[in-house]
Design a protein around this ligand. Structure first.
Ligand code: SF4
Ligand code: MG
Length: 315
């Protein structure tokens, strides 16, 4: 097997009640090289925390992040620096992550210069190439972030990430703040870059409709736990978990397949005090008595398809 490219293991609170709150709980996620994994769930479900763990920005308190099979914690300082470059994050609000006092050429070129991927003499051409790749006119490279539109700023953020030659992009709600037409452009750009550079993606979104067109596999999280994971077509054709079914029913378009599912009811509970048993039970149309006391575990229900719900018992 090709082996996982990045892997996060979290084992929390299995034997006894966890003394602290964990935004991400018992998650085992692996991403193969070249794969696009969509990670979905409502805001507050722990998607961003998991994304930051994968990017090495947050340590896993109990558990580990493996890169090409090697725990990040066991890498030498030199290896860790290289590993951090291999994984780059693209955030929802590019403006907040762009230094307003720096011109675009500095913003995009800084990381590459620091890590010796280009030198002062070659930096201008190097930056122009990255901007071009991200679909921005390189002649704009002497401008400041405030002189660009939201979509252009996201392209600057993408050019900055590409400049350090990453292998995995963790996109956290990367198109959520953009107009629908601009969203489509940026999503197309991600797919073009995948072809051109062989990039791997962890694509985090609250919107199942956004991840549908670019993911090979979709992982659904609810209150810090993975509740379902399947290849994208399988997930859309045969969603198994009531939460996934509710998310599908909420995609705003006409599709008879989905009208058989109920939309989600109620607000997402606080992750500080998640409901007992199955975290989804207060909102679930299929709730049974045992759901309130017993947390379901992920089980295989089809090839590469797992779901955590007591409804799958005995089927
Ligand atoms: Fe609903 Fe129970 Fe399944 Fe949770 S375990 S999703 S409450 S049926
Ligand atoms: Mg988030």
């Amino acid at each position: 097997a090709a082996g996982p490219f990045g892997r996060v293991l979290q084992r929390m609170g299995l034997e006894k009640p966890a003394p602290t709150t964990h935004a991400v709980d018992r998650v085992d996620l692996s991403i193969k090289r070249g794969e696009v994994v969509g990670l979905v769930g409502e805001s507050g479900c722990g998607k961003s925390t998991l994304g930051r763990m994968v990017a090495g920005l947050l340590p896993a308190s109990d558990g580990q992040v493996l890169l090409s099979g090697k725990p990040i914690g066991e890498l030498s300082a030199e290896e860790r620096k290289a590993a951090r470059l291999r994984v780059q994050m693209i955030f929802q609000d590019p403006y907040a992550s762009l230094n307003p006092r720096l011109r675009v050429d500095r913003i995009v070129g800084e990381g590459a210069l620091l890590h010796g991927l280009t030198d002062r003499a070659g930096s201008d051409d190097y930056v122009s190439a990255q901007l071009q790749r991200a679909g921005l006119d390189p002649s704009l490279r002497h401008r400041y972030p405030h002189q660009f539109s939201g979509g252009q700023r996201q392209r600057i953020g993408i050019a900055r990430a590409l400049a350090v030659q990453p292998e995995l992009l963790v996109c956290d709600e990367a198109v959520a703040a953009l107009d629908v037409s601009i969203q489509a452009q940026i999503l197309n750009l991600f797919m073009d870059l995948r072809e051109e550079l062989g990039l791997t993606y962890l694509f985090i979104s609250h919107d199942l409709g956004v991840v549908e067109h670019l993911s090979d596999r979709v992982v659904v999280m609810y209150l810090g736990r993975v509740v379902e994971s399947a290849p994208v077509d399988e997930l859309f054709e045969h969603p198994a978990h009531p939460y996934t079914q509710a998310l599908l029913a909420e995609i705003p378009r006409l599709d008879v397949r989905r009208t058989k599912f109920q939309t989600i009811r109620g607000e997402i509970p606080s992750p500080l005090a998640p409901p007992s048993g199955c975290h989804f039970h207060p909102r679930c149309p299929h709730v049974m008595p045992r759901c309130k006391v017993e947390a379901p575990t992920l089980r295989g229900i089809a090839i590469n398809h797992v779901s955590a719900c007591h409804l799958h018992d005995g089927t």
